[in-house]
Design a protein around this ligand. Sequence first.
Ligand code: ADP
Ligand code: NI
Length: 217
Amino acid sequence: MNKDEIISQTIDHVKQTLAGAEGGHDWWHIHRVWKTAQHIAAAEEADELVVALGALLHDIADSKFHNGDETVGPRKAREWLQSLQVAEVVIAHVENIITHISFKGGNHQQPFRSKELDIVQDADRLDAIGAIGIARAFSYGGFKNRALYDPAVPPNLNMSKEEYKNSNAPTINHFYEKLLLLKDRMNTETGRMMARERHEFMERYLKQFYGEWEGEL
Ligand code: ADP
Ligand code: NI
């Protein structure tokens, strides 16, 4: 099977697997991450097949829906790629991308790095900011029945992962707690440039939001 066939079969497989997935991680999220990853990869020395497969398969199994089991995604990706008889080095690399893409940093050194992971991780983070990121945030907030904004509830940057998940904070807080921090966490030059634009767009959006909130704009 040639690379294009591997990719097109994988697209069909991912679409089928994600049918009925919630809005934040549906096929169109995968599609945007894949397109963005291709765009970033065009300016980098990277293995295009690994980038494409990493992007297409990165959310194949969300651990949130498998009792926090982070091994399901890489395992499902491996089984799929083995069924297509993809080379073992490619499979192992894609598994590593899926395992490490949501590595949050903090004080720990990321245990696996590659140019291809850097690219897919940038693309995934870019989908959380800018116009799409704003839409995803409010969509998530609506799903969780959260307020848009509450001036009496300030952002809290010191929550643990668990506290964050259970917090009922208004959606605007998510911008300060996560989204506005992402532009400084990009790996590639192209990713950083795209993040800067999207970041500025979010800042303009917030300014307009507060103006309208006060009835002043
Ligand atoms: P990922 O799968 O990329 O790790 P998440 O599952 O944490 O991302 O989030 C998926 C989408 O939902 C992202 O666009 C993210 O910004 C948004 N989201 C996550 N948590 C919140 C929240 N507390 N408030 C608003 N949006 C959120
Ligand atoms: Ni994703």
